[in-house]
Structure formats: C-alpha cells, structure tokens
Design a protein. Structure first.
Length: 191
C-alpha cells in the first residue's frame, strides 16, 4: 500500500514539475506559422525593403516574428564601399554569406577577404565589422541568431530616428538594441 502511494505521489509530482516546461514549449513555439514560406530572390518577406544606410537596401528573408526571436535573416544589397562601425553584440551571433561582390570582414583580430560563396561567422561578444570593397553592386546574406532587436533597430534607422542624434545618443540607442560601438569602421579598403 505504501509503495503504491509513493509511486502515485512520485508520478503526480513529476507531472507537476514537468508542466511548466511543457507549457513554456507550447508558448515558445505557439506563434510560429505551421507552414513554410518562400521569399524570391531580390524580394522582401513583407514586400517592403528598408534602407537604414545610404546606398543600402535590406530585404528581410526570415523575420524575427517568423522564429519567435530565434533568428533574423536579411539580404543586404550595397552600392557604396564601406560598412558599419566595429561593434559587439551582447547576446547575438552573426554570420555573413556573400552572394555577390567582395567584402572584408573583421572578426576579433582576424580579417577575412570574402567573395561570393564564402561564409564568415562572428560569435557574440567578439568585436566585428565588415566593408564592401570594389566597384559595382554587392550582396551579402546576414543572420543574427538569436534575433535580438536587430530587425527593429534597422527599421528605426530606416525611419530616420538616429538622423539628428549626437554620438552619445547613438551609442545609447545601439545599447538599447543589444550592441555597442567598440571602434571605427574599416578605414582601409582593398584597391
């Protein structure tokens, strides 16, 4: 009798202890569409590209909302040479897959010359930057994993919210979105 009571109690407690994890898993995956989708080349997931920087167009391929924040994937089409400041993401890994053209990508102390078909990985908390080099249009697929607030950050930039900010305000703005400036952009471009 005591053994049966003990087993029932154990099963009941086990079920109760597992319930929060089961509920969390349902909630965590509950917002995802149960169907896949296709985003055509040169198109945006929501049919509206953004342009956070002059001479750039960002095409969302997999939105933060599609993955409940697990990742954000976008294609960046770049006309101008150069790229972002040296920066560090607190909680987001980032990778770059070059589709067209050539990029210099710096991760930590290493500088990579990346061409079409090359992929470079930048772990979270490691300073990184990149620069489009050479003439003509270049394209790179970029992924943030987990997504953090990067999609929202780029949308805000595209709306011009940082246009009249001081450098200190920009630094605080970046930190609000999960990353910070740790140095200048790449100043040497391949000729």
């Amino acid at each position: 009798m005591k053994r049966n009571s003990f087993l029932k109690l154990g099963l009941t407690l086990g079920t109760l202890m597992a319930t929060p994890f089961t509920i969390y898993a349902r909630i965590r995956n509950g917002n995802r569409d149960d169907k896949g989708f296709k985003v055509d080349a040169g198109k945006d997931r929501f049919d509206k590209s953004i342009s956070p920087f002059e001479g750039d167009a960002f095409y969302t391929k997999v939105s933060t909302k599609d993955t409940d924040g697990d990742m954000y994937v976008f294609e960046s089409t770049r006309i101008k040479e150069g790229g972002p400041i040296l920066h560090t993401h607190y909680e987001t890994d980032e990778w770059w897959y070059v589709l067209q053209g050539e990029f210099l990508i710096k991760v930590g102390d290493k500088l990579y010359n990346a061409r079409a078909g090359d992929l470079v990985f930048g772990p979270r908390k490691v300073p990184h930057t990149f620069a489009k080099v050479g003439q003509g249009e270049a394209k790179v697929m970029i992924c943030h994993q987990p997504a953090g607030k990067m999609e929202e950050y780029f949308r805000k930039l595209s709306e011009g919210v940082a246009k009249n900010m001081s450098e200190e305000e920009r630094d605080n703005f970046r930190k609000e979105y999960g990353f910070e400036k740790v140095g200048p952009p790449l100043t040497f471009l391949k000729q």
